[in-house]
Design a protein around this ligand. Structure first.
Ligand code: ZN
Length: 422
């Protein structure tokens, strides 16, 4: 299959792949006959792209390609990596058929960013054969910075050009940053206009010019003006002092990606205040999953006055959390049950004294409602002692990339750093 890799390298464009393949085979047979110089002959084949639409199955695509009856059986027998149940709508199949024949002899589909599967008809009674082609992605380390005006999405969306990361990847990057800081920053409440975000990421690029991000290697988020660092190390994120970002309490009972599920949607600040009723209200769509902010034991799960459907969880050190106005409870949730941190315990609703779907969250210390501060999340475990020196070296290196000396103003420097080693 070496020739194919070379060939794709030369062609470079995904859509051209099928055409290129056809051309190659015609070329080979001509070579053997020693008749003519290699010229591109595509007329021998019909090639087309077919998209799997909603409610369609692989069989529908195959039927349009003439792969029915015995051919279908042979096709299904030959497929191994190709999993018909995991094909999602929108997938594009590249089909080739020898002109004048009813059955396709090549069907290709890219099931993963780094994988393309070709099904090849061998002819006669030989059936089909599956060939899996790897698509190489080149990793680069890059830094980007953004200033938050309304929210994290908008900030990244404005700061990062398409040539650096396409729109969908920018959304995923915002989610990923929020995940890294899940114990540290509530991006719907803690951030103020003018706060900065800087990240060093692995940016992956394919030969076809596609772009996506890999890991977040380092980040700095200014939370209400004060910096909070994150450095990946041995599968965890640590701050600049080597304390794990993972804490006893999550910063928010709703996942950021759930609160701001509409891409680029603005967060409405109306409900985000700590109010006289001693809780924090989160506006969120009906049915949004609510998670326990820390491990604990359920002490209430039922109807309770103005709270509507309420869950109360008891945690270590005299802390309790309450989640009100729920539309329903998670399956199997009952008083006395242990819950893990991040576990879905219920769903946003508008039961009790509530004018619209939102979550009422309370954080009680020794029975007293408290506005949870970042310090209340608990202390993170330090980097294991024997790895401390390795971490320090790694952090110093990443910090230099995150905050270069000749720093340009915090608009955007989506310029490449060095090709990744790692
Ligand atoms: Zn409330």
């Amino acid at each position: 299959m070496a020739w194919r890799a070379r060939h794709y390298g030369a062609v470079g464009a995904l859509a051209a792949g099928m055409l290129a393949w056809g051309a190659h085979e015609a070329w080979s047979s001509r070579d053997r006959a020693l008749t003519a110089p290699p010229i591109v002959v595509t007329q021998a084949y019909d090639t087309w792209a077919d998209t799997l639409t909603r409610n369609e199955m692989l069989a529908d695509v195959l039927e349009r390609a003439g792969v029915t009856g015995r051919e279908y059986v042979a096709f299904m027998k030959a497929k191994q990596t190709l999993n018909p149940r995991r094909l999602r709508p929108g997938l594009v199949f590249h089909v080739r058929r020898v002109r004048g024949t009813p059955v396709a002899d090549r069907i290709g589909v890219r099931t993963e960013p780094d994988k393309r599967i070709w099904m090849k008809r061998l002819g006669g009674d030989s059936g089909w054969r599956e060939v899996v082609e790897g698509i190489p992605w080149i990793t680069e380390r890059m830094r980007t910075t953004a200033v938050i005006e309304t929210n994290l999405y908008d900030a990244l969306d404005r700061a990062v050009p398409d040539s650096f990361l396409p729109s969908r990847e920018r959304v995923l990057l915002a989610w990923a940053i929020a995940d890294v800081y899940d114990w540290e920053v509530d991006f719907s409440r803690d951030i103020r206009p003018g706060d900065n975000v800087a990240v060093v990421i692995e940016r992956l690029g394919s030969e076809a010019g596609e772009r996506r991000f890999g890991r977040i290697l380092a980040a700095r988020v200014d939370v209400a003006g004060s910096p909070s660092y994150a450095f990946t190390f041995e599968g965890h994120y640590y701050d600049d002092k080597g304390a794990s970002l993972r804490r006893a309490f999550l910063r928010a009972p709703l996942q950021f990606r759930r609160v701001s599920s509409r891409f680029g949607g603005r967060y409405h600040p109306v409900l985000r205040r700590w109010r006289a009723h001693q809780g924090t209200d989160y506006a969120a769509a009906w049915g949004t999953p609510v998670r326990a902010t820390a491990a604990g034991v359920v002490t209430k799960a039922g109807r309770e006055g103005g709270y509507g459907n309420l869950i109360e969880v008891r945690h270590a050190n005299g802390v309790r959390t309450r989640y009100g106005h729920l539309s329903r409870f998670a399956k199997g949730l009952h008083v006395g049950r242990r819950v893990d941190q991040g576990e879905t315990i219920g769903y946003v609703g508008s039961t009790g004294l509530s004018t619209g779907p939102h979550l009422h969250y309370e954080f009680l210390v020794n029975g007293r409602p408290t506005n949870p501060q970042r310090k209340d999340a608990g202390a993170g475990d330090p980097v294991p002692r024997k790895l401390k020196r390795a971490f320090d070296t790694w952090r110093t290196q990443l910090l230099a990339e995150l905050e270069p000396r000749d720093q340009s103003p915090p608009a955007l420097t989506a310029s490449g750093v060095a090709a990744a080693r790692d």
